[in-house]
Ligand binder design. Structure first.
Ligand code: TYM
Length: 321
């Protein structure tokens, strides 16, 4: 089975990215699948307008993935823009993708509704480039969080349309979503997202992570009263990083009363810091590594070979050869 996924370098990855996608990406490298993961820097261009910033984010995402345990010898790991065939195929798919299909994309509709972003054409055709990312490698599965489900479905629709028009060419991909972590909530109760400023970081300074966790919105409950267990972000995040006994102990504290959200947040902070301690140390070492370019070029070469072979077929099918 071939697995493909990407992450957009528009900021520093957060717990939503990790639990919803990166953790699964890394786990899949040990399950005998062929995995391709990339830093979606072409996609980031729809919002990042500063070269120095983009360079820093691109490098940052690489370091984060490697520090979290991604093994570039087991997976093909690369920058999207190192394989320009993604953009080439995106143009060809643009000529097939129905306008109405893109108008129905949630991310596009949200951007229109908010009216607070620069509405460039790249934002509109974003799912077409994403379809190219996926179809160019004939991915069977695309591990993502819930917010990207519709984009993968659009990729599938575009593949079907292309196959119908030009004959069997692309494998139809499926989203692969871990139910329990499909949508990680942010500190303000909305979906955790870089663009909402409600994230909990993995690799920022401890003081930053502390401030984020202490800022989690909680119910106003008298200190002596029990705290409800339902829909509690502290508990649901704590669950991801602790054993079932530890979770039960924290729940017991919630129910006993006289505990308070301050202590619960402190417990979560300690868990998050200890869970990522090794990765944080590894990232520090990687920061000074001179091997990063070599690692990314190795991945790009493998990806280009696969992409070139798909493009040959696409040229043939469309008459571009
Ligand atoms: P991006 O960079 O926004 O997010 C990377 C991954 O993290 C997941 N994610 C979440 N999961 C659960 N809860 C959350 N709060 C949360 N926030 C983010 C996302 O679902 C995603 O899996 N368009 C993509 C990048 C991309 C891509 C692709 C993905 C470009 N081409 C091809 C798969 C295949 C994006 O912006 O993800």
């Amino acid at each position: 089975m071939r697995i493909v996924s990407g992450i957009k370098p528009t900021g520093r990855p957060h717990l939503g990215n990790y639990l919803g996608a990166m953790r699964e990406h890394i786990a899949l490298q040990n399950e005998g699948h062929e995995c391709l993961y990339f830093v979606a820097d072409y996609h980031a261009l729809t919002t990042v307008r500063n070269a120095a910033e983009l360079k820093e984010y691109r490098r940052g995402v690489c370091l984060d993935y490697l520090a979290l345990g991604l093994d570039p010898n087991k997976v093909t790991f690369f920058f999207q823009s190192d394989v320009p065939q993604h953009a080439e195929l995106a143009w060809i798919l643009n000529c097939v993708a129905p306008h109405g299909l893109l108008e129905r994309a949630h991310a596009w509709k949200d951007a229109v509704a908010k009216g607070n972003r620069e509405m460039n054409v790249g934002l509109f055709t974003y799912p077409v480039l994403m379809a190219a990312d996926i179809l160019i490698y004939n991915a069977n599965q695309v591990p993502v969080g819930q917010d990207q489900k519709q984009h993968v479905e659009i990729a599938r629709d575009i593949a079907e349309k292309f196959n119908h028009l030009f004959g069997e060419t692309f494998v139809l991909p499926e989203p692969r979503i871990e139910k329990a972590v499909a949508t990680i909530v942010g500190t303000d109760g909305q979906k955790m997202s870089k663009s909402y400023g409600n994230t909990i970081s993995i690799f920022d300074d401890e003081a930053v992570i502390k401030k984020q966790i202490m800022g989690i919105k909680t119910a106003s409950i008298d200190l002596k009263d029990p705290m409800p267990l339902e829909n509690d972000l502290i508990l649901s995040l704590y669950e991801q990083f602790s054993s079932s006994q530890e979770l039960e102990a924290l729940k017991a504290n919630y129910q006993a009363g006289g505990f308070g959200y301050g202590k619960a947040k402190q417990a979560l902070l300690e868990k998050v810091l200890s869970f990522f301690a090794e990765a944080r140390a590894r990232r520090k070492t990687l920061e000074t590594s001179t091997k990063l370019d070599q690692i990314m070029e190795m991945g790009a070469q493998k990806a280009r070979t696969l992409a070139e072979s798909t493009m040959q077929l696409v040229y043939q099918k469309t008459g571009l050869n």
